[in-house]
Each structure stands twice: as C-alpha cells, then as structure tokens.
Design a protein around this ligand. Structure first.
Ligand SMILES: [Zn+2]
Length: 420
C-alpha cells in the first residue's frame, strides 16, 4: 500500500493550521466566500514558517505563469490523482494564504500548488518542490504587474541551483531564458500566441526573430529549444531516445491553448510517476475550474462562460469563441482586481471578431465599444449584463443557441452571479 498521508508537521504549525481552518469556517458561515485565503493568512500569522513546515515530507509540484495556471493546476492534480490523493489550492487562491490552506486542510502527500508569478521564488524556497511547471510570462493588468523581464529574472535567479524537475514552455522566450539555468529542463511546446512582451531578447536585448513557431535571438545564443513534448490533433507526443510515444488526448475543456496546457500537465504528471494513459483520461474528464468554460443559462439563454484577464489571455479567448455563432457578449470592468486602466484593450486583436455581432457590457463596456468600432466589429453597448446576454442570444438566432459570454476578472464574476 502506498504511503499517501504526510507525517504531522510541528505542533506550532498544527495549532496555526487549526486556527486557520476555524477562521475559514467562520468566514464561510458569514457568507464571505470559501475563506481559504483568510484561513491561510491566520495560519501564517501564527506560524510564519507554516508553508515550509507543511511542505516537509511531501512531494510538491508548483505551477506558475501569467495565463492558464489555474486550469493547468487542475489538470495536473487530476492526472496525479490517478496515483494517489492530491492536495491543491482552490481555483485562483494562488498566494501564500491559499497554498497554506491547501496543505493544512488535507494530509495528502502529493501537493499541487498554483503560484502567482511573483510568488514563485518564495514558493520554491519554502516548499522545496520536486517539480516546477512554468507556462508563460506576459504583462498582466498594466497598473498592477511588475515588468515581464523583471519577473523572468526573478524566476531565473530562484532556479539557480534548483535540483528538481522543471517543465517549461519552449515557445516563450522569457520562460526559456528563466528555465535554461536548469540543465535538465523538460521543454513542452506550450504555445505563445502573444509575442509583444517577448519582442526583445531577455538575455541581450536584441530583437527576437520569429519564424512560424520557431524563434531565435538575432544576436545571442538564446533560441527555442527542441521540445520534448507537443500536441498533435488528437494526441500528446513525447520524444525520447529511439522514438516517439503518443498518448490520446480528448478534452472537454475547449481551445487549443488548453490542449497545450494538457500536454504540459500530462508531461509533468508522467515525470512524477503517473501512467500517461490514465493521466490523459483523467485530464479529459475535467470541466473548467471556477466556472471557466462552464455551460450555463442566463435569463433562459444558453451561454458558455470564458474568462480572460490580460492581452495574452484575450488573444486566446477570442480563438476559443465559436466562429459559427454569430453573436457574443464581452464584459469589461476596471475594478482593483481587474486593473484600473483598460488601455490594454488596444493591444487585443479584436479585429478577429469581424463578421460577428458583439454586445459590449460592464463598467468599461463603453471603452470596449470604442475599441470595437476601430476594429470594424459590429457591436452595441448594453450596461445590464442580463440584458446584454438576451440581446446577443436573440441576434445569434434564439435562446437555444449557446453563445460565448466572455469577461475579464470581475465582469466574469458578475456573469457567474446571474448564471444558473
Ligand atoms: Zn539575445
């Protein structure tokens, strides 16, 4: 029988974790959400080494990147769940509070942690992970994020001397530059439809030349490494000495970007001992986390919810939106968690929506409407989200046609509140 429970952490950590869970329970009872973040914060306040203590004697995998980390974390958790029980943070609770909460509410020996990009160095230091997944780095909301190159440098510095496994995206120059300090990095072709943040080489500052999926610095040695794993139309393929292995991949979650995220998760799970076929089937059964890609009903209209938070995420979201449905809804807010400045709208290739009818909504829906006008996309602005969905459904041909309803962070949550 495999050993699936981690040994108990020190007494102080146990007491702190207990207090954290009590706080989380109270927070839930008061209707303040899941309470996992605040519970974790209480634990950390009582035991500042809680993260390290809870990680001891456990196998920790960390997943980070600007986009796709919640989905990839759930995929890796599902894949490793075929081996033994897994502890993981709740969707999006990716700072220390959420991590501590994940580990104190479960004794599972295997732990998969989603980490905010800026939290990667301290997460590595505290949890001594066996494996790290690095997906991509691009700018998040303009007024919130640190500079992309600075983050890449922090990742790189924290990976110096790292002795575990790194699974990293071969298609993102920032990630490659950060991860290449680990000699045995495993490269996956995880895609990069967004290249504006990697126009110049993180190593020398010269221009990066893109040629199809390939890229190389025009001046120094930095170039796309040969990927060890990649997706085909129906499989994940892995190269190894003497040939290629192919594992069927069939996902419920839509989008090419998620097929590539699945390839990353499958590779990581296999490196931690999962059977690739079982892992692939477990990933295939997943539906979106935290309402992502959920099929819902809003005021009687069928809708599919899509979340995108920054230019790179929107570029992928627009690809996921069904081209055969003639109308869609896009909601944009600019609250603190969204970033206050919506000028990033000008970086998103909304031109791709030409030929479709877009209902712009949300507190900054008017900014979106201006952007759509310049993009040559037929649109209307409707401030009420329910009314917006009804209008789009009508235009698409009726309530029975599932339309895409896309939103940035808080706009997405607003749609979830009215969805059933
Ligand atoms: Zn260079």
């Amino acid at each position: 029988m495999a050993k699936v429970a981690a040994p108990s952490p020190p007494a102080r950590t146990r007491v702190a974790a207990l207090a954290g869970r009590a706080t989380a329970a109270m927070s839930r009872a008061l209707g303040k959400g899941e309470g996992s973040v605040i519970g974790g914060r209480v634990t950390l306040a009582l035991d500042p080494h809680g993260l390290a203590n809870l990680s001891r004697s456990r196998t920790v995998a960390v997943v980070s990147g600007t986009n796709g980390k919640t989905t990839t974390t759930s995929m890796l958790s599902a894949a490793l769940g075929t081996v033994e029980p897994v502890a993981t943070n709740l969707a999006g609770a990716n700072m220390y509070g959420g991590m501590v909460s994940a580990m104190s509410s479960s004794r599972a020996r295997l732990v998969v942690l989603e980490a905010d990009e800026a939290h990667v160095p301290k997460t590595i230091e505290s949890t001594a992970p066996r494996l790290i997944v690095l997906l991509n780095l691009s700018r998040d909301q303009l007024d919130r994020a640190g500079e992309v190159r600075m983050l890449a440098e922090k990742w790189r510095n924290s990976l110096e001397g790292f002795s575990g496994i790194v699974v990293a995206n071969a298609d993102d120059p920032m990630v490659v530059w950060a991860a290449q300090v680990v000699r045995s990095a495993v490269w996956v072709a995880a895609g990069s439809s967004w290249r504006l943040d990697a126009a110049s080489c993180p190593n020398c500052g010269a221009q990066i030349d893109w040629n199809g999926g390939e890229w190389r610095c025009s001046s120094c040695e930095l170039r796309r490494p040969e990927p060890h794993a990649f997706v085909t139309s129906s499989t994940v393929a892995a190269r190894r000495v003497g040939g290629e292995v192919r594992v069927p991949l069939d996902l419920k979650i839509p989008g090419d970007v998620n097929r590539r995220n699945a390839a990353v998760a499958l590779t990581a799970a296999t490196l931690l001992g999962a059977d690739p076929h079982k892992a692939s089937r477990a990933i295939g059964r997943l539906e979106g986390t935290g309402g992502r890609f959920a099929s819902v009903t809003i005021a009687g209209c069928k809708a599919r919810l899509v979340l995108a938070k920054n230019p790179a995420g929107w570029t992928e979201a627009l690809r996921i939106a069904r081209p055969d449905v003639k109308a869609a809804v896009i909601g944009i807010n600019a609250r603190v968690q969204d970033g206050r400045d919506p000028s990033w709208l000008w970086d998103v290739p909304f031109e791709q929506l030409r030929g479709r009818f877009i209902v712009a909504t949300g507190e900054r829906g008017r900014d979106l409407a201006v952007r759509l006008r310049y993009a040559g996309v037929e649109h209307v602005f409707i401030s009420d989200p329910v009314n917006a969905v009804q209008t789009a459904a009508q235009r698409a041909g009726g309530n029975h046609i599932e339309i895409d309803v896309m939103g940035n962070y808080s706009a997405f949550q607003d749609f979830r509140k009215v969805a059933r």
